[in-house]
Design a protein around this ligand. Structure first.
Ligand code: CA
Ligand code: CA
Ligand code: CA
Length: 246
């Protein structure tokens, strides 16, 4: 029995390679014809097509593989095999940091500290019309990240940490956004895009005199804090002298 197998690539799919364990492969503008040659009864052949989807290609693809032979056909219904593949677009992401902006310049400088446990929310609508509402907490490095997003329009909202005063918010340099306090809005995210460094800067809370005195010793021992807290050593009043106890 001589067999032939035909396969058509759908729009958005590019053929990387086509191989067969028997016979030959011909690719003519996306129509792949595999001539399996003479195939003995019960023999098998494996045809492997590796295709690449364009970024953003999505949908359901039905691959049909009809086989034809030269012999008189007895059972036509089993001459075609088909399989369905669901194509997901390449996922996108949005991420950034919450940090102590010690010099209040809107940049997360290398000597500045991160803030963990801050709630950041992603709100939006993807290109399929699905509403998106996700919440993340910043990690010990101050980072938050929303992964596996579909293309769509999003905004990122920070819940102001009560431990700090509000600081400057700096959007990503690679994606445009409308920035208002603690919010980056109107972010148009394409498939496969990673929007990074949507950063929320915060300022240290001002200490009361009591808190300052209580924390000054500890503050001197913490790296990075001594530059923000001026520690003053007050000499004892000269009029006070130690009394001898009898
Ligand atoms: Ca800074
Ligand atoms: Ca803030
Ligand atoms: Ca802010």
């Amino acid at each position: 029995m001589r067999c032939r197998l035909d396969y058509c690539l759908i729009h958005g799919l590019l053929l990387d390679s086509a191989t067969t364990s028997r016979g030959t492969v011909l690719n003519s503008n996306g129509t792949i014809t595999v001539n399996l040659g003479s195939l003995p009864r019960s023999a098998t052949a494996t045809v492997t097509l590796i295709v690449r989807a364009n970024v953003g290609t999505s949908g359901t693809v039905t691959n049909a593989a009809p086989v034809s032979g030269r012999e008189t056909e007895v059972t036509v219904i089993n001459n075609t095999s088909q399989a369905t593949t669901v194509l997901e677009p390449q996922p996108a992401s949005l991420s950034g940091f919450v940090y102590v902006d010690a010099n209040n310049d809107g940049n997360f400088d290398s000597n500045e500290l991160s803030i963990a446990g801050v709630t950041v929310t992603l709100i939006g609508t993807d290109t399929l019309g699905n509403n998106v509402n996700l919440t993340r907490q910043t990690g010990v490095d101050g980072a938050y990240r929303f992964d596996n997003l579909r293309a769509g329009t999003y905004r990122i909202v920070e819940s102001q940490p009560t431990t700090h005063r509000d600081g400057k918010d700096t959007p990503s340099k690679t994606l445009t956004a409308v920035t208002t306090n603690d919010q980056f809005a109107n972010i148009t995210l394409s498939a496969g895009t990673n929007g990074v460094a949507f950063n929320f800067g915060e300022l240290r809370s001002q200490l009361s005199k009591k808190d300052f005195l209580a924390s000054s010793t500890a503050a001197q021992q913490r790296v990075g804090t001594s530059q923000q807290l001026k520690v003053v050593t007050v000499p004892p009043p000269k009029s006070v002298t130690a009394k001898k106890t009898k």
